[in-house]
Design a protein around this ligand. Structure first.
Ligand SMILES: Cc1cc2nc3c(=O)[nH]c(=O)nc-3n(C[C@H](O)[C@H](O)[C@H](O)COP(=O)(O)O)c2cc1C
Length: 338
């Protein structure tokens, strides 16, 4: 079984990825949050995108950059730009459910435009690079998955990561395992011919969630972990039968994040903001304290933040452990409801 870190825009950037990789159970692959391909002029990457994929910021880990577009020329240009940085494998985002993206016919909004999508795939699979896709089960209805599977499996896809919700679900309810099941049957029927690597993604927040998916879909090749691993970075250790990280490791991990964000941010305020954004997830690993509400969330500056974290690490009496709650998209509004 392969384990992948999901891309979460504004959350799983290179600082977090590298710290996770150095301190916790390493993932087989890390998927970078999407790069929105730009029209055929000017710079291929903006400052933030470039920093995120620079090889020196991702040393020692296997990164798969992701592209969001419905224009094959823009995709190819961006992919070639990534190749110049040494990337041979790239991922196409066919899953993003956000309104502006979908209204522009990109992300999961591209899934309902089958003929355009076919032309797009015809073009991009001419590239001499490995291309994987990350998709939802459809735009409106899970019935869309059958024809989508037929379409995708016509191409030499490196791997197919399926998050079995439709765009209209956003993150509501539970993943539609019936839709995953249809794709699963189709992929492994096809695999008799030895093709696509198939990966499950969605709401794996505990070992029990993982085992349930594995019991239902024993032949899957990989699982991708997102909010679950953010909330509790010991999840992969636990899945592999090992104990999760102790407070000492947490302390070193948090110190690294603090140092790196302070070093790269234009102001202390920005660094604090990034750390709070991550703590919107980390708080679930510390269910026995109200340090998030009482200290970290309220911290007005880095000194306040450091004091709150230090206090928590000194006073917390057990190994951090917890789960992201089912039924929540993310821990609050755009920036965690801060
Ligand atoms: C805040 C946030 C940002 C996300 N950004 C991206 C992204 O850039 N690219 C992408 O393919 N998926 C993105 N996703 C979707 C996740 O990669 C993943 O598919 C989703 O969270 C379901 O997996 P999980 O239940 O393990 O979190 C994002 C999700 C969230 C909550």
């Amino acid at each position: 079984m392969k384990f992948y870190m999901a891309p979460l825009e504004e959350v799983t950037g290179y600082v977090y990825r590298k710290a996770y990789h150095d301190f916790f159970c390493p993932m087989d692959k890390y998927f970078a949050p999407f790069i929105a391909a730009k029209p055929n002029r000017g710079r291929i990457f903006n400052y933030k995108e470039k920093n995120d994929i620079l090889p020196e910021h991702n040393e020692g880990l296997y990164l798969v950059p992701q592209i969001l577009t419905n224009n094959s020329e823009d995709f190819i240009r961006t992919a070639k730009g990534l190749k110049e940085y040494g990337y041979e494998e790239i991922n196409l985002n066919l899953g993003c459910p956000s309104k502006p993206v979908v209204n522009g016919g990109r992300g999961s909004g591209f899934l309902e435009r089958k003929e355009d999508l076919r032309r797009f795939l015809d073009d991009i699979f001419q590239l001499d690079m490995r291309i994987s896709i990350k998709t939802r089960a459809g735009r409106w209805e899970t019935e869309e998955i059958g024809p989508l599977a037929d379409l995708f499996l016509e191409y030499p896809i490196e791997e197919w990561i399926l998050h079995p919700r439709v765009q209209a679900d956003f993150y509501r309810g539970s993943p539609r395992t019936d839709a995953f099941s249809k794709a699963y049957e189709r992929v492994y029927r096809e695999e008799e011919k030895g093709e696509c690597f198939f990966c499950y993604n969605g709401d794996i927040f505990s070992v029990e969630d993982y085992e349930r998916i594995l019991a239902e879909f024993p032949r899957i090749d990989g699982v991708m972990l997102g909010r679950g691993i953010l909330a509790y970075p010991g999840l992969l250790d636990n899945i592999k039968g090992n104990p999760g990280p102790d407070l000492k490791i947490w302390g070193d991990f948090l110190e690294r994040l603090e140092e790196d964000f302070c070093r790269i941010s234009v102001s202390e305020e920005k660094a604090l903001f990034k750390l709070k954004e991550l703590w919107c997830y980390f708080r679930y690993a510390f269910p026995e304290t109200d340090i998030w509400d009482q200290g970290i969330k309220r911290a007005k500056n880095m000194d306040g933040y450091r004091r709150a974290v230090r206090k928590m690490l000194e006073e917390y009496r057990q190994n951090p452990k917890g789960t992201f709650p089912h039924g929540r998209e993310r821990p609050g509004g755009r920036f965690g409801g801060l």
